[in-house]
Design a protein around this ligand. Structure first.
Ligand code: SF4
Length: 366
């Protein structure tokens, strides 16, 4: 990203009227350009002296480049870290190959360093389910417990970028993810019964929809979509995208979801033809399949996913992987709630409470 674009992105963030702004730096790996990350944080903090918003900074990174000076800076500026841990070393290193086959060891060293300098909760982790993960749901959950994380997000593989190009190597059928999820979820419950408070984030999102009157604002299930409205991505190519998935689509050659060049006022981006088309294609009451769906009060179609899977925002919802997965998840959790005893129901209600959402107000890709 050029310095000019970086400054314009930092300034435009304040076009949002939200009293709370989350700014997440993603890469590549943002720590490779720590100088730019620091410049952005300081510019935003200076501007915020007049704005008075509540700011939350997140750096998403492998943590391989993390050093003591960075940790000290992040601690001073209240920055938290997000990394990827796919499971035990053998699985993580297989999913994320490096010449030294030490991606796991280097990430773990980063987690330990971050915790030492910034406190135990300053770093969270995400996992991605690949074909290689399917046989190891219990080991993956156990790894999160061993590393002392309070949350695990059992995420399926996305249909974007690298993952889409490598479907044969990494991909699987939806039914295989369902079996994996059931087993991993059982393992999470097992640990909770042992007094280890591990929260599964996907369960929390669905239970929040079912059990809580306060929506946690999960972008992918909002109607109309939160993409472009509660999230914006300022990319290094000089353009603004409505979500990270839309940005990944552009990386693979489909630039149809660009909202406009960085520096465009927010009001103009939101009036853009692309944003209007996203809103149109994500309203449950206007989309044929969703209009008659039993889950329409909790769910919404995801036009960015539809564009990635079929090249059309208005693909019939029932054909999309997003719809099929969420139909299954809502069925699964309605059953789980119906069968829950009092203790399990207490746990589900605790998970259903909105927490600081992983879906960000504003993303800034350094
Ligand atoms: S489950 Fe499918 S049909 Fe139902 S609201 Fe969600 S996307 Fe629409």
């Amino acid at each position: 990203m050029t310095r000019e674009d970086l400054h314009a992105a930092c300034d435009r963030i304040f076009d949002s009227q939200s009293p709370t702004l989350t700014i997440e730096f993603q890469g590549g790996d943002p720590l490779l350009r720590f100088d730019l990350v620091r410049e952005a944080i300081e510019r935003i903090q200076i501007k915020n002296r007049h704005e008075g918003r509540l700011l939350r900074f997140v750096v998403a990174s492998t943590l391989h480049q993390l050093d003591d000076a960075m940790c000290a800076y992040f601690r001073e500026h209240g920055v938290v870290l997000s990394t990827s841990v796919d499971g035990p070393a053998s699985l993580h290193n297989r999913n994320r190959p490096l010449p030294g086959r030490d991606a796991y060891e280097r990430t773990l060293a980063g987690i330990e360093r971050a915790r030492r300098w910034m406190g135990h909760d300053a770093v969270s982790a995400l996992m991605t389910t690949t074909k290689a993960s399917l046989a190891h749901p219990e080991a993956i959950v156990d790894e999160y417990v061993r590393l002392g994380f309070a949350e695990i997000f059992l995420r399926p593989l996305s249909s974007y970028g690298f993952a889409k190009r490598n479907q044969a190597l990494l991909g699987y059928r939806p039914a295989q993810f369902e079996t994996f999820y059931r087993r991993a979820f059982e393992r999470v419950l097992h640990w909770n019964r042992q007094g280890v408070p591990l929260r599964e984030v996907y369960a929390s999102i669905i239970l929040n929809k079912i059990l809580s009157p306060f929506d946690s604002g999960y972008v992918d299930l909002q109607s109309p979509t939160g993409a472009g409205q509660s999230v914006l991505v300022y990319n290094y190519d000089g353009y603004v995208y409505p979500s990270d998935e839309a940005r990944m689509l552009a990386e693979s050659g489909d630039i149809s979801l660009r909202l406009g060049p960085i520096g465009t006022p927010l009001a103009e981006l939101q009036q853009s033809a692309v944003q209007q088309a996203l809103i149109e294609a994500s309203q449950v009451e206007r989309v044929d399949d969703c209009r008659t769906c039993a889950f329409q009060s909790y769910c919404a179609p995801n036009p960015v996913d539809a564009q990635a899977q079929f090249g059309r925002l208005d693909t019939p919802a029932l054909e999309t992987e997003h719809c099929q997965r969420h139909q299954w998840l809502f069925d699964f959790f309605f059953d789980a709630v119906r069968q829950a005893d009092e203790d399990r129901l207490d746990l589900f209600h605790a998970w259903a409470r909105p927490t600081s959402s992983p879906e960000q107000e504003t993303l800034c890709d350094a």
